[in-house]
Design a protein around this ligand. Structure first.
Ligand code: VGL
Ligand code: ZN
Length: 215
């Protein structure tokens, strides 16, 4: 398929969860999670608009395995809103693990969306919590600002990047994911399934180079 590079004015770089806990040494490390940092920093120069998300859980969050007796990380449970993977405690509000990676350039960020702060419900997507109903407000923000195209990068490909990209498509945005600016967790085949779902939804896959050359 031919690659279409979005024009600069109406597009935003959506940087998902580049936080210490998702990097090597963190509580829920994504393999090679930190290698996306320099790539994302470089990409920022090719954008007029940069939006960051930050996974931001209270202590004892229901997505933590430690909140469910007899369960361990990566087990699953049924929540009111469907199946939920259980995680090690991560990105607890106000902790160093919830901070952005120290090398991530955050100065260009026009908005930081925090998500996952309701104790009973997880939130992978930058748009909706996992009930697929409770909005974060991002759609309204982007629409009001005339942004129609999103370039999604960050962590993790198979959870927060995937759901942000899928919801972005469903909300009517043109969505690209930059393959070399994202890394996945990959539990139970989740990474391959995520790429399939994104392709299916019409997400366009780019390499960082495509955007840097076009800038
Ligand atoms: C994420 C699992 C739990 C992510 C967040 O950022 O992809 N994954 N919380
Ligand atoms: Zn989380």
């Amino acid at each position: 398929m031919e690659r279409v590079i979005p024009t600069i004015a109406m597009r935003a770089l959506l940087v998902i969860d580049v936080q210490n806990d998702f990097c090597p040494g963190g509580a829920l490390p994504v393999p090679e999670g930190d290698v996306v940092v320099p790539v994302i920093n470089e990409l920022m120069a090719a954008f007029d608009h940069v939006v960051l998300t930050q996974d931001w859980h209270p202590e004892g969050h229901h997505s933590f395995a430690s909140s469910h007796a007899g369960k361990g990380p990566y087990d699953t449970v049924e929540m009111d809103y469907g199946e939920q993977v259980l995680w090690p405690d991560h990105c607890v509000q106000g902790t160093a693990g919830a901070d952005f990676h120290p090398d991530l350039n955050t100065t260009r960020a026009e908005l930081i969306i925090r998500k996952g702060f309701r104790p009973e419900i997880d939130s992978y997507s930058a748009f909706f919590e996992n009930d697929q109903e409770t909005p974060t407000g991002l759609t309204g923000y982007l629409r009001e600002r005339g942004i129609d195209t999103l370039v999604v990068v960050g962590l993790a490909t198979d959870f927060c990047v995937k759901w942000s990209a899928l919801d972005g498509c469903e909300q009517g945005f043109t969505v690209h994911v930059v393959e070399d600016a994202t890394r996945g967790i990959d539990t139970n085949g989740s990474l391959a399934a995520a790429w399939d779902a994104m392709h299916e939804a019409g997400v366009q896959v780019l390499e960082a180079e495509d955007l840097l050359q076009a800038a």
